[in-house]
Ligand binder design. Structure first.
Ligand code: ATP
Length: 409
């Protein structure tokens, strides 16, 4: 059921999101959500709740008349790291805000730790939040920043000291208790924000593009660090990013979003190797999407005449009539430059070369104004613009999409 301003999706105003987010002291009473009785769970429901920390069911969120998110369903397994991935404006932050209680949902329901939270305010959802801009209190010391949520919970002083010390050790900033945020680098401030968010052992940690303000090296370091801390604490984490490398390297599950809806949910391997749509294929790793028409099918192998004028063979998950319009999706890494033995061979001419040290990326014109991209490890010479080249790939190394751009299953 929607919240008080249901249908309007109004944003709830908090003076300081960081402050509010660090406050998560009082557990929500079992079976009661802000004065509303909730039917007791069946044993199966209870088991599912224990296994899944955050469950969103058919959630819709609107800002005024604009529906930013539709039909959004997701079950986040306890202790897992789930990433919401998609281009700017697709609704990632909106979902996070709804889980945190910063925006009302217009439809559907959200449960955290087995309890409906639609009407539960942010400070009673037991959520840790980390933002891109750190949101630390500038005039408070590192100790007071990290201790904030614990003080709010009336935790005894010696215990606060112990837990802050442990959290600072975990983010590798022991001994920084007396410093002010302004005396720390961006990466260090983000570690403090992380310590503040995990110190009170939240049910779920929400991270909204926490790495995007950092430089490339620091980003990579923090990626590894966040993942280590998440594993060590066993905390359930939901992470928002538009960076596919971040998503692929950190996540147990990735939710690929586009224009307010889910395109695909799966492990990094699943979404990368078996994209459910042309959008997912392109968003994760710039796949080559080659339109064509089925010429014939022999058992599980379809022969496809590409619009680019060449013919390839692809494993077909189902029988397809000749003449069906399809697209062959093949990753740049699956194209073997110079191959003469692969099941498929495309001939073309190099139109651009990007030298990357140990590898190179070639743009290759295969005819009819069609360019494909091949990433290759360099172990010999490099090719230059204008060179003729053959690239090979196996029929099992590609995915077939239907006319609507959905994976054929
Ligand atoms: P980014 O990666 O740029 O942060 P996002 O995927 O997180 O994007 P959201 O911030 O969730 O996207 O926004 C989803 C849509 O809702 C966008 O079209 C955005 O313009 C719109 N939107 C977000 N906040 C509001 C608001 N307070 N009022 C009106 N529209 C909003």
């Amino acid at each position: 059921m929607p919240g008080p301003s249901s249908g309007t999706g109004s944003l709830k105003v908090h003076d300081d999101i960081g402050e509010t987010s660090a406050v998560a002291p009082q557990p929500v009473l079992a079976g009661v959500s802000a004065g509303r009785e909730i039917a007791p769970r069946s044993r199966t429901g209870q088991a599912a709740a224990e296994e899944h920390t955050v469950v969103l069911t058919d959630v819709a969120i609107a800002y005024g008349k604009f529906t930013a998110v539709r039909n959004f369903s997701l079950s986040v397994q306890k202790g897992s790291f789930v990433t919401l991935l998609g281009p700017s404006g697709c609704g990632k932050t909106t979902i996070l805000r709804a889980i945190a209680g910063l925006v009302d949902i217009a439809d559907g329901e959200i449960s955290i730790g087995g309890r409906r939270v639609d009407d539960v305010p942010i400070n009673k959802r037991n959520i840790g939040l980390v933002f891109q801009n750190y949101a630390l209190f500038p005039h408070k010391s590192v100790f007071d920043n990290v201790a904030f949520g614990l003080k709010y919970r009336n935790v005894a002083k010696p215990e606060i000291k112990r837990r802050v010390g442990k959290a600072l050790e975990m983010v590798r900033l022991p001994g920084s208790e007396k410093k002010l945020p302004s005396q720390l680098s961006g990466g260090q401030q983000q570690r403090i924000a992380l310590a503040r968010a995990i110190v009170f052992e939240p049910t779920v940690l929400l991270l909204d593009e926490p790495l995007s303000a950092l430089d490339a090296n620091m980003r990579e370091e923090m990626r590894i660090e966040i993942k280590k801390i998440q594993k060590a604490t066993g905390i359930t984490a939901i992470f928002v990013t538009h960076d596919q490398e971040e998503a692929l390297s950190m996540s147990d599950q990735i939710v690929v979003m586009n224009a307010g809806v889910v395109e695909q949910i799966g492990s990094p391997e699943q979404v990368y190797e078996s994209p459910a749509s042309a959008f997912v294929a392109d968003f994760l790793g710039k796949a080559n999407v080659l339109p064509g028409v089925v010429a014939s099918v022999d058992g599980l192998v379809a022969t496809i005449n590409l619009s680019a004028g060449q013919t390839v063979r692809a494993l077909s998950p189902r029988a397809m009539p000749a003449g069906e319009h399809v697209a062959v999706v093949v990753r740049p890494q699956k194209l073997v430059v110079g191959s003469t033995t692969a099941g498929n061979r495309l001939s073309g001419r190099v139109v651009s070369t990007s030298y990357l040290g140990s590898s190179a990326v070639y743009e290759i014109d295969i005819g009819q104004d069609t360019t494909i991209r091949a990433n290759t490890i360099l172990n010999g010479g490099i090719m230059r613009e204008g060179d003729a080249v053959d690239v090979g790939f196996e029929p099992g190394g590609c995915v077939l999409l239907d006319d609507a751009g959905r994976r054929i299953v």
